[in-house]
Write a protein that binds this ligand. Structure first.
Ligand code: GDP
Ligand code: MN
Length: 369
């Protein structure tokens, strides 16, 4: 899960790393008459180069710039939020990061005296220090890194302390990446994280009940489906059929079969493990599909362990919750099919994949498949 910059900065701040005073627009930070940076919040790097980081002289200019940023796209992303913070007086820009070195199977500390640029451009200057996961970050190793990037005296101590906190945060938060680029040394000698790129390890979610659910990525439909624990994929806004199955293999087979028949898909949902949950939850997922109002919704299920009756109840709940003008084709095979028929009396339930696919093709394309 990748955090937005301001979420990342709040995380770093919890570990004692100084960050600029800032707030999420339309809140205004308490920074008096000082100069301001207005920053687009997107989950992609390189915002500076794309015009997503704007410097203005004071808070009075913020509303116009913030609204302008919110109306733009940056790379692949719509600007979700805008962060407003005090502008730092930059003395020096450093680069520090912690990430996982998969080859060495250990965390690695990265540091460079040339922050602010793309790291790729400064690769020659980057010091890499693998960290033994059992021994942790040894002061002598940090000292070596600081010396190699040319820091001495008090600056070296301050940056060293920041690196220590970064390492603590990396371990405690189950991070995959914590990157501060640039780590600014201000003209008055303070060390401040001017940017934060944070990627947390989704596999560690069970250890972090406080993490926000990862509903940020994807389209509105994909996020809605993800919220219920299934996987939705928006395929083509022009498409007129939605496929709902359980399991990647059956999904691929279904998409292939319909594709051969000339069907253009609007979206697909893999119910995955939700088929074992309450039918009410399945109903919520079905409703998200019906909301797209495709010409056809095709349920294709072949259950051994899960119950077709429960899926049928979910389909019924979805149909009751959403006024849907198209057609539903249900191929249900495996356990509890007879009971599923009783639940869905208004539909013809087919058991044969090929036969059901032909019906879907005919409905979606208008000619026999
Ligand atoms: P990125 O392009 O997405 O990595 O966005 P950054 O937050 O790193 O901003 C891009 C560049 O703007 C940085 O590398 C800095 O050089 C500069 N910058 C960011 N924040 C400040 C600030 O508070 N003061 C000054 N003077 N420059 C800043
Ligand atoms: Mn940056």
């Amino acid at each position: 899960m990748r955090l937005l910059e301001f979420e990342g900065k709040r995380l770093l701040q919890r570990y004692g790393i100084p960050v600029p005073t800032g707030s999420v627009w339309p809140d205004i930070p308490d920074i008096g008459g000082r100069p301001v940076v207005v920053k687009a919040q997107v989950r992609e790097g390189g915002r500076g180069k794309r015009g997503g980081v704007r410097f203005v002289e004071g808070l009075a200019q913020v509303p116009a710039v913030a609204e302008e940023l919110l109306a733009t796209r940056l790379g692949q992303s719509r600007v979700e939020q805008v962060y407003v913070e005090e502008r730092l007086e930059v003395g020096q820009e450093l680069y520090v990061a912690m990430t996982l070195d998969r080859d060495r199977r250990a965390p690695v500390l990265l540091a460079s005296p040339s922050g602010g640029l793309d790291v790729e451009d400064a690769a020659a200057d980057v010091v890499r220090l693998p960290i033994d996961p059992l021994l942790g970050l040894r002061p002598s190793a940090v000292g070596y890194v600081l010396k190699t990037i040319g820091l001495t005296g008090e600056m070296s101590e301050r940056v060293g302390s920041t690196i220590g906190k970064l390492h603590q945060a990396y371990v405690a938060e189950d991070a995959e990446l914590l990157e501060i680029n640039p780590l600014v040394v201000t003209r008055s000698g303070h060390v401040v994280a001017a940017d934060a790129r944070v990627v947390l390890d989704d596999n560690a979610r069970f250890r972090h009940p406080d993490w926000p659910s990862d509903v940020h990525d994807g389209t509105a439909f994909e996020r809605a489906v993800a919220r219920y624990g299934a996987v939705g994929v928006d395929i083509n806004p022009e498409g007129n059929a939605v496929v709902i199955t359980s399991g990647a293999g059956l999904m691929m087979a279904t998409l292939d079969r319909l594709g051969f028949g000339g069907v253009t898909l609007r979206a697909a949902i893999d119910l995955g493990g939700t088929v074992f949950r309450e039918s009410r939850l399945i109903g919520d997922i079905v409703r998200e599909a019906l909301r797209l109002q495709p010409d056809v919704v095709f349920f294709n299920a072949f259950f051994q362990l899960a119950s077709c009756r429960r899926l049928a109840e979910g389909i019924r709940a979805g149909l009751e919750a959403e006024a849907y003008g198209g057609r539903v084709v249900a191929r249900l095979a495996g356990s509890d099919v007879a009971e599923a028929r009783k639940v869905l009396q208004q539909l013809t339930i087919l058991e044969d994949f090929e036969q059901a696919s032909r019906v879907v093709v005919e409905l979606a394309v208008g000619k026999p498949g």
